[in-house]
Write a protein that binds this ligand. Structure first.
Ligand code: NCD
Ligand code: ZN
Ligand code: ZN
Length: 455
């Protein structure tokens, strides 16, 4: 009889969490994959063991909406700082948005970003290609170069990533439908944003409320609805980014009922903040697109997450320096916040408060994004054969978020000082520990492009 070679790693003593169960069990990992799950006594011998007593074992979170800023804006964030933040936050796969400089709008730009990411990343990554009216002929070359999906700025005030005309959007959706690749949409109506923005600026408004007036939720309701209509007509799979308004929900439900392959994300800031937080955080500092709205939206968004109208949690991780956000005129304040390091602990706090179960969290943060973007079951699952992307979390651990200790360069978070219950203690990407007890275990270049896994 030949002795079996020991596997690389066994994690034991913890509770395994999947979308439908929490169970005592151990997990064996070899060459980056899960090779066995079950009782410790039944698992193969291993060269290394991790004792997870008292901890829950979750698949790593997949964040399909981040802005890691390189190339172009390394003073706000680098792939090193951002993926360290992700690792500490329990995020094992991210998809980076194309509003960098240069924008990710050609095969060459995809290659450039993949090269930067491959050198620095300690978690796995995907890269979005841009849908732009002048680069429709680049869609296929960008896929060939390794883009995971595409991003359409339907609502844009950024000249680097302008909104294409509707005709070009339809053409893009037809191309993507043929390729079977999903399009993530920043769903706001650009002419509405421009018209209202110009009017508010002309009238001399510089206060934070003017940003909310500019981004009135009719702009997003219309764009979500138009996205659904264009997706139905073309057969394109679409993904609605950062849903912020309860008034979009009937339009999302309508599209889904009609069989449109529409997935939807929302972010912690829309679930946990309202304009009432402006007094505490600073109303200008809170600027984000789409805006954090008046009280009354969060509860319906939670309900939509629970009933599946909203499929997943992302962060729209959009780091800026504090001095870029705290300016006297709202129009000068950089929009967005970092998110990858704080999202899991904020959502686990919601679990502790009984707003959802830990299984629901795994569905929203791991399984749903993997399924939507063709990475299931390589990612988002701890079944045998899946990548060993794992987070060990202490669901009881209380702590306080401190902006100063975040790993992002642009660490201006509205969640500074938030008390959280539940903390990622250790993060593994394909079997290697990339963060331990709040510290990144740096191994630049360990992260890989996930696009080749897409099916
Ligand atoms: C994003 C950014 O800073 O890149 N900002 C934001 O307010 N969300 C852009 C975006 O997601 O639209
Ligand atoms: Zn956006
Ligand atoms: Zn974004």
């Amino acid at each position: 009889m030949t002795e079996k070679r020991p596997v690389d790693l066994v994690i034991f003593g913890g509770k395994l969490v999947s979308v439908d169960a929490v169970q005592d069990g151990a997990i064996a990992i070899d060459q980056g994959r899960v090779v066995a799950v079950g009782e410790l006594s039944q698992l193969p011998a291993s060269r290394e063991r991790i004792d997870a007593t008292g901890l829950h074992i979750l698949p790593g979170a997949i964040d399909v909406h981040v802005h890691f800023r390189e190339p172009g804006f390394a003073h706000k964030e680098t792939w090193t700082s951002a993926t360290q933040a992700a690792a500490v936050g329990g995020v094992t796969t991210i998809f980076d948005m194309p509003n960098t400089n240069p924008p990710t709008a050609s095969a060459a730009a995809v290659n450039q970003k993949l090269e930067i990411a491959s050198r620095q990343a300690i978690v796995d990554f995907g890269v979005y290609g841009l849908i732009g009216e002048t680069c429709l002929d680049q869609i296929e070359p960008m896929v060939a170069a390794g883009a995971i999906a595409f991003k359409l700025y339907m609502g844009s005030e950024n000249p680097l990533v302008p909104c294409p005309p509707d005709g070009a959007i339809l053409d893009a959706f037809e191309i993507l439908a043929r390729l079977g690749i999903r399009c993530t949409v920043h769903a706001e109506n650009t002419p509405v944003l421009q018209w209202r923005g110009d009017r508010l600026i002309r009238s001399g408004r510089t206060d934070a409320a003017a940003h909310l007036e500019q981004h009135a939720d009719v702009a997003t309701i219309e764009a979500v609805s138009r996205t659904g209509i264009f997706a139905e007509w073309t057969g394109c799979k679409v993904h609605i980014a950062h849903e912020s308004s309860r008034h979009s929900l009937p339009h999302i439900r309508f599209a889904k009922q009609r069989g449109v392959d529409m997935t939807v994300e929302t972010c912690p800031h829309y679930l946990l903040l309202s304009t009432d937080d402006g007094a505490r955080v600073g109303a200008n500092f809170m600027r984000v697109k789409p805006p954090v709205r008046e009280p009354g939206h969060a509860e319906p968004l939670w309900e939509a997450l629970r009933d599946g109208t909203i499929d997943m949690i992302s962060t729209d991780h959009a780091p800026h320096l504090v001095e870029e956000k705290n300016l006297p005129s709202i129009w000068d304040c950089a929009p967005g916040f970092p998110g990858v390091e704080t999202s899991m602990r904020l959502m686990l706090t919601a679990v502790a408060q009984g707003r959802m179960s830990v299984c629901d969290y795994v569905r929203m943060a791991c399984a749903a994004p993997a399924k939507a973007f063709g990475l299931w079951p390589h990612k988002g699952s701890l079944a045998v054969g899946s990548d060993a992307d794992i987070v060990l979390v202490d669901l009881q651990r209380t702590s306080r978020i401190s902006a100063a200790t975040l790993h992002s360069i642009g660490n201006a978070t509205p969640f500074d000082g938030f008390e959280t219950i539940g903390l990622p203690m250790r993060t593994l990407v394909r079997g290697r520990t990339v963060a331990l007890n709040g510290k990144p275990v740096s191994m630049p270049g360990w992260g890989r492009n996930v696009a080749p896994l897409r099916q």
